[in-house]
Each structure stands twice: as structure tokens, then as C-alpha cells.
Design a protein around this ligand. Structure first.
Ligand SMILES: Cc1cc2nc3c(=O)[nH]c(=O)nc-3n(C[C@H](O)[C@H](O)[C@H](O)COP(=O)(O)OP(=O)(O)OC[C@H]3O[C@@H](n4cnc5c(N)ncnc54)[C@H](O)[C@@H]3O)c2cc1C
Length: 163
């Protein structure tokens, strides 16, 4: 018998992750979605994966663009994470006022990210109500050593405290 949704959510809230915003450049413009299902998958060949809700607009945008950038957020980026999780409905365009650079694929990269990966979609795998997008990493940049990542734990954004 399958576990019930509320219990699954309760259990998964105990799992700490980093926070990313996955961006694309589509013909209609830029799109971004806050994602914590990002995982490094393989070093040789260099692969990573993200899991995207089939109902989210990002799903269509990533599939259509055939490429995406994974922005790994720093602890200064909580407001950006909120924007791309649909928590700033007052902003018609969540990219408004943000300092952006372009990854080689053309996907936007935020200033001050801990690191970013630029990927070509290699495979799309069915995963229940999500699709697993496997990305072939074509370019990566790491920010300065010591930059602290934003975390998500217990249903809230958290910060790393170093010992
Ligand atoms: C820390 C954090 C991590 C997250 N990680 C992930 C992740 O790994 N993968 C992921 O997919 N999302 C994730 N989300 C949620 C995601 O960021 C938000 O749902 C975001 O608003 C999606 O943006 P969008 O513009 O692509 O989708 P939108 O088109 O704005 O859709 C937002 C959500 O609304 C619902 N929705 C939209 N249209 C319909 C419809 N017609 N019928 C029913 N429901 C509908 C869907 O659940 C959809 O995901 C995360 C959110 C947070 C805060």
C-alpha cells in the first residue's frame, strides 16, 4: 500500500537540500523555477538531473529550449528563491531588477551564485507527476571558495552555520 501524501511530505521535510533556480532562454523569453530536486548524476560523462512537475510552465519551457542552467543559490538569494517559487505574485516578471549574465546556452545566470552548470537536455524520463530531465553538463563555473549556499529544511529556507 502506498504512503499517504501528508506523511510523505512530513518525512521529506526532514531532508535538507541546497536550493537552485533552473533557468532557460526560450523564444518567448527567459523562464526560471526554484528547484531542490537537483542532483549530480555522473562525472564521466558529466550529467546532472532535475525533477520538474509536469504541470509547471517550466516543464514546457525546458523541453522546448532543450537546455537549462542550474543556478546554485547563495544565502544572499532567499528573495530570488521566493520569486521563482511563485511567492512574489506582485512581480509581473520575476527577473525584474536582477543582475544577470548569460550562460553559453543563453540561459540567464544570477550575479553572486555559489556556482552554476549549463546543460543540454540529454534525456527525459517519466517520474510519476514529475519528469526527470537528465542534463549533459557542457559548462560550469564555481564562485569564490567559502561562499555559503542557501538551504531548504523543515519547509523553510535555512543558512549554513560553520563550526
Ligand atoms: C525550495 C523549493 C524547491 C522546489 N523544488 C521544486 C522541484 O524540484 N521541482 C518542481 O517542479 N518544483 C519545485 N518547487 C516548486 C516550484 O518552484 C513552483 O511550483 C514554481 O512556481 C513553478 O514555476 P513555474 O512558472 O514553472 O510553474 P507555474 O506554471 O507557475 O505552476 C506552479 C505550480 O502550480 C501548479 N499548477 C500549474 N498549473 C496547474 C494546473 N493547470 N492545474 C493544477 N495545478 C497547476 C503546479 O503544481 C505547478 O508546479 C520548489 C519550490 C521551493 C520553494
Amino acid at each position: 500500500m502506498a504512503v499517504e501524501g501528508p506523511l510523505l511530505r512530513q518525512a521529506m521535510r526532514r531532508w535538507a537540500t541546497g536550493v537552485t533556480v533552473v533557468t532557460t532562454r526560450a523564444p518567448a523569453g527567459f523562464h526560471g523555477i526554484t528547484v531542490n530536486s537537483f542532483t549530480s548524476l555522473s562525472l564521466d560523462p558529466p550529467l546532472c538531473l532535475i525533477c520538474i512537475d509536469r504541470r509547471a510552465r517550466a516543464h514546457e519551457e525546458i523541453a522546448r529550449a532543450g537546455a537549462f542552467a542550474v543556478n546554485i543559490l547563495s544565502d544572499q538569494h532567499e528573495e530570488i528563491a521566493a520569486r521563482f517559487a511563485g511567492r512574489r505574485p506582485d512581480l509581473a516578471d520575476p527577473f525584474t531588477g536582477l543582475a544577470l549574465a548569460a550562460a553559453p546556452s543563453g540561459a540567464p545566470v544570477f550575479a553572486g551564485v555559489v556556482s552554476y552548470l549549463d546543460c543540454a537536455v540529454q534525456e527525459q524520463l517519466a517520474g510519476g507527476d514529475h519528469t526527470i530531465f537528465v542534463g549533459r553538463v557542457e559548462h560550469a563555473e564555481a564562485g569564490p571558495e567559502g561562499e555559503r549556499p542557501l538551504l531548504f529544511y523543515g519547509g523553510a529556507f535555512q543558512r549554513v552555520v560553520m563550526d
